[in-house]
Design a protein around this ligand. Structure first.
Ligand code: FAD
Length: 567
């Protein structure tokens, strides 16, 4: 029996034991039984066995009980009964026995799984390790960039190569974690802890060599990548390291594009990385602190005006999250009045969310306006000073500008002698290979990928980056084994956008029904958004952490502790 089957079997048994607690406390239902066993299997599959870790597993299991209670007893059960989930004090009192049952279930699950793992080790020996054979490496695949495209390429290669160790996989990234960008607005809005939406690349990948470093140069002739890697002094030059390759994947993503407007670039916040989100959150809190002691009403108003440039997904989600956050923390600043607060979204077109249908975009705008967001449509930001943002024919007094109005492929690619389109994205053929360069590939936001069936340029989204990674991994292996490559084609599954407190818009394509789409808005779309992205967030542990953050957010006010020294 392999390692995963053994863990799953233990999980099913442990889940069954713990479910007896649920059945004894809550009334019996087949759904409870099924869910209890399923959670047990997933929990067990996700944890690495450690002998005698009873206390750790008891705590982890009991903590898992809280999000399960929120998700199942508070949200799913009322919805299945045709009711709206409610968070009133009265409702929470009614849900309290279920909370106790789920926490006891979780604690029992943790202990049961630990006990079963210890018993299995006693009778059958420790878990089998992955076989490592001392074969010499014939092919070196190097992936530049550990975002959605790069990390998933490595995952797919690991799956395809399994026990074939004649091909090595190396992944290079500036940070040591994959950032789950769809949840970035929730970090800026203080709903989620920053590290909970980042997945460590070292633990997510099993046989890939991970190097934390900044790619500085790619020598196509010598087939060498030069990295600035603080932990290495190889090659003589301090911090520089050379990595040879046979197959090289460009998955370096994109950066903010300020279209040459230097003042804006100097003063605006980017909204691409985890640090950007942390900085925005801290800056908003800083503005509240300063406004709290500012006697001049005009200055107070400019401190409490937050301008977001760009009405695409990132801008709209950020405006919604910041608006909720800012209005939520007003309670901690009794001297400030809600009318002094202004979240402004500036967009160059006549409607926001061009990726969604017009009716959903209108719905999103109306909902956000009702909650206090101001929209400046058909308006471009032309300049920015310390206290002002210039817009076509006018200005907005503010100390906060966040830029989501444009992106460009990673500028490092400019130094590599391969063909690029006018945006600077690497041109690839239908198989995702760089034409004229054997063993060079590019995917994700840094590549100009065309759908082989429609000829349309693929949008720069995680959804496409992940599908491109799957095809690319297959094509690299096919190339090594002398088999034909596959052309890339993918029909978008749809789009989801959160516009603020428990409200979202969703447009999903109906599988096997041509161009038919389902459109949802409001609470149901929001639950859909949370469920889908929670499932997509890599790693069981991260999922549990995010679930717990969301549950905590239901009962407690947003955190206003500043975590970065703004100076
Ligand atoms: C706020 C926000 C919300 C989003 N929401 C969604 C959404 O809901 N759904 C969706 O489908 N898409 C969404 N996207 C888009 C999605 O994040 C991107 O399309 C996706 O990340 C592209 O994947 P990638 O791997 O090409 O690039 P990235 O994920 O950006 O990865 C590139 C990686 O390369 C690394 N890197 C860059 N330069 C170097 C260097 N010189 N050396 C080493 N490493 C380097 C970076 O650190 C990064 O890890 C969102 C984007 C943002 C910014």
């Amino acid at each position: 029996m392999n390692r995963m089957s053994r863990r799953c079997l233990i999980g099913i048994l442990g889940g069954f034991i713990a479910t007896m607690v649920l059945v004894a406390t809550l009334h019996y239902s087949t759904v409870n039984l099924f869910l209890g066993v399923l959670v047990g299997a997933v929990y067990s599959a996700g944890i690495r066995p450690t002998r005698w870790a009873y206390v750790d597993n008891l705590m982890a299991g009991a903590s898992l009980g809280i999000p399960l209670w929120g998700l199942i007893s508070v949200i799913a059960v009322p919805i299945m009964a045709g009711q709206r989930p409610e968070w009133s004090a009265e409702q929470m009192r009614q849900h309290f026995p279920a909370l106790v049952a789920w926490v006891v279930y979780g604690a029992t699950l943790g202990i049961a799984i630990q006990g079963l793992q210890d018993l299995a080790a006693l009778f059958f020996g420790p878990e089998p390790e992955s076989p490592v054979s001392p074969v010499s490496v014939k092919n070196r695949i190097v992936i530049l960039g550990g975002g959605f495209a790069g990390m998933h390429t490595a995952e797919c290669l690991e799956k395809r190569l399994r026990t074939d160790f004649s091909t090595s996989i190396t992944l290079v990234n500036v940070t040591n974690a994959l950032l789950f960008t769809p949840m970035l607005a929730e970090v800026a809005g203080s709903s989620l802890e920053p590290s909970h939406i980042s997945t460590p690349l070292r633990s997510a990948l099993h046989r890939t060599e991970f190097i934390r470093g900044m790619v500085r140069e790619v020598d196509l002739e010598k087939r060498l990548v030069t990295l600035d890697s603080s932990d290495s002094t190889a090659d003589g030059a301090a911090g520089l390291r050379s990595v040879p390759y046979d197959q090289l994947v460009f998955a370096l993503g994109s950066v903010s594009n300020y279209f040459g407007m230097a003042n804006i670039e100097k003063r605006a916040f980017n909204f691409k990385s985890l640090l950007d989100a942390i900085r925005i959150r801290n800056h908003v809190i800083e503005m509240f602190e300063r406004a709290d002691r500012e006697p001049d009403a005009h200055l107070r108003s400019s401190l409490l005006t937050f301008v977001i440039a760009g009405g695409g997904f990132a801008g709209v989600e950020l405006a919604g999250a910041l608006n909720d956050f800012a209005r939520g923390i007003l309670v901690d600043y009794p001297t400030l009045h809600p009318q002094e607060l202004n979240v402004v979204l500036v967009h160059s077109r006549d409607r926001i969310l061009p990726e969604l249908s017009e009716s959903l975009a209108r719905y999103a705008q109306e909902k956000m306006e009702l909650r206090g967001v101001t929209f400046r449509l058909n308006t471009r930001i032309t300049d920015a000073g310390d206290d002002v943002v210039s817009i076509g024919g006018g200005e907005i007094r503010t100390k906060t500008l966040v830029w989501t109005a444009g992106t460009a492929p990673n500028p490092l690619l400019q130094s590599v002698a391969i063909e690029k389109d006018k945006r600077g994205a690497v041109i690839v053929n239908d198989n995702l290979a760089v034409p004229g360069h054997t063993g060079l590939w590019a995917i994700g936001d840094c590549a100009a990928v065309k759908d082989a069936m429609t000829g349309q340029l693929c949008p720069p989204t995680a959804q496409f980056a992940l599908r491109e990674a799957e095809v690319l991994a297959g094509n690299i292996i096919a190339g090594i084994n002398g088999r034909p490559a596959r052309a890339f084609h993918f029909d978008s599954l749809g789009a989801l956008c959160v516009v603020g407190h428990q409200t979202a818009c969703a447009e999903l394509r109906v599988p096997f029904a041509g161009k038919t789409v389902w459109r949802f808005s409001g609470l149901f779309a929001w639950i859909l958004w949370r469920s889908i992205y929670l499932l997509k967030l890599p790693g069981l542990e991260r999922k549990i952490r995010v679930l717990m953050d969301w549950n905590i957010e239901l009962f407690f006010p947003r955190d206003i502790v500043q975590t970065v020294d703004l100076k």
